[in-house]
Ligand binder design. Sequence first.
Ligand code: FES
Length: 231
Amino acid sequence: MTETVKDSIKMVDIYVMGKRYTVPETLTIIDAMEYAGYRLTRGCGCRAGFCGACATVYRIAGDYELKVGLACQTKVEEGMYLAQLPFFPGRKATYDLEEIKPSAAYFAQLYPEIYRCLGCSSCSKVCPQDIDVMQYIAYIQRGEFAKAADISFDCLMCGLCVSRCPVNIVHYNAALTARRLFGRYIANADPFLAERTKAIDAGELDAEIEEMMAADKEKLQEMYNNREIEK
Ligand code: FES
């Protein structure tokens, strides 16, 4: 980087676990932490807003509001006090998908806390994917699993919804179960998928799989863009 370019980049002060660092304002939180010398072995995955590993809470100096975001998608700001949440503890019900049924009554045994929802919408407001979390919980309460599966599909399971829920609902795990119920009992069986699975088991696609594993990024993109899509 030339001196001129370097000098033109505005620097901001951020605070990681209370310690101040001066970093370029163009960086995301993850990049800024690495710029500051952190080696991230937790709280960092895809770096593209897909894996949900980098949930972060922060507050801007002088602002009362506690904010959240994905560290790989959120740019640093002056006076940002932040802490990462690489894991947020949430209860996960155990069940046998072959034994539970897609009904609200069965679901209530797994996640009874969903009926304590106060309708505060904290979960929806906090979601970095802009998912209407409160709405899918309402769908699950009524046993409308297809709708819940549909609107929760982009969930990254970052856990931020759970971190703000006043009645301790574990939304992302409830949504995962709803999607499983939808896939197992409600969605129509897909003949294309069954055919492809059979072909994989029979080794008929081994050469294609080898080709994919050996491909570089550009080649993979090309293959993806030209892939056969089920009707
Ligand atoms: S690192 Fe995967 S969502 Fe941020």
